[in-house]
Design a protein around this ligand. Structure first.
Ligand SMILES: [Mg+2]
Length: 247
């Protein structure tokens, strides 16, 4: 990984996706695990960046806190629906309206296609995980498309992920969340370094040039990134090395 592309820690803002980037994917979203070494690395990087380190995830900030407990970190949660500038601060909604309850319940019913489909209410979005029932992928997307066709005015957006189909209100993305975050101290004026692995991270890859930032992908190629890591453990090792190789 070209370390020369990464600015000194006192000049950069580290923006990190969680699942598939910092943490290895697990059979279900609740089973992810934070290695103790990663916790140490993140705590040290938070100090060295003067607090300019944030997790950027589709998960709600509430959920992020449960996973990283007892650590609380700055975060952009719910695909940009909410933001928290410091671990000790409060999460604020940057883009409000959650999914319409009636629509949400219709979308949730799609999980009944097969017992292997796991339904996750992420607050700002609804996720249908089919890692345990990969044969249901087509049926899931067809069902979502049918509901959207019946509700053409509903501002819905479908986010295809790794063995997950996620539905959220349109109008905000991880990228809008990052843009908002970068307007505030301690992030403002720093050079963002974003690492992400999934389709939803591409919105952030795309805005790095205008923020004078640099992006890296994990496990996939993207023309919008300066390089790629093979897997989350490589990201964790690289972050740990940043502490010893950059000022
Ligand atoms: Mg991810």
């Amino acid at each position: 990984m070209p370390g020369a592309l990464v600015p000194q820690l006192d000049q950069c803002a580290l923006l990190l996706d969680i699942d598939g980037t910092l943490l290895d994917m697990a059979p279900t979203p609740r089973e992810v695990w934070v290695p103790p070494e990663l916790e140490q690395t993140l705590r040290s990087l938070l100090v060295r960046t003067s607090g300019a380190l944030a997790l950027v995830s589709g998960r709600s900030i509430n959920d992020i806190d449960l996973i990283f407990a007892p650590m609380r970190l700055p975060a952009v949660g719910g695909h940009g629906a909410e933001m928290r500038l410091s671990g000790g601060g409060e999460a604020v909604a940057t883009h409000a309206p959650p999914l319409d309850p009636e629509l949400k319940s219709r979308l949730a019913a799609i999980a009944r296609i097969s017992p292997g489909i796991l339904l996750e209410d992420k607050g700002y979005s609804l996720a249908l995980h089919y890692r345990l029932a990969p044969h249901t992928e087509k049926a899931i997307y067809e069902s979502v498309a049918a509901i959207r066709a019946e509700n053409p005015d509903a501002p819905l957006e479908v986010l295809p992920g790794k063995s997950v189909c996620e539905i959220k209100q349109s109008g905000f993305t991880k990228a809008t969340g990052v843009v908002e975050l970068m307007k505030h101290a301690p992030f403002e004026g720093r050079r963002p370094v974003f690492i992400g692995d999934d389709v939803t991270d591409e919105t952030v890859f795309a805005i790095m040039p205008e923020l004078n930032g640099v992006a890296f992908s994990v496990g996939r190629h993207s023309d919008l990134t300066a390089g790629r890591f093979d897997q989350p453990s490589d990201v964790r090792d690289w972050l740990a090395r940043l502490l010893t190789t950059t000022a």
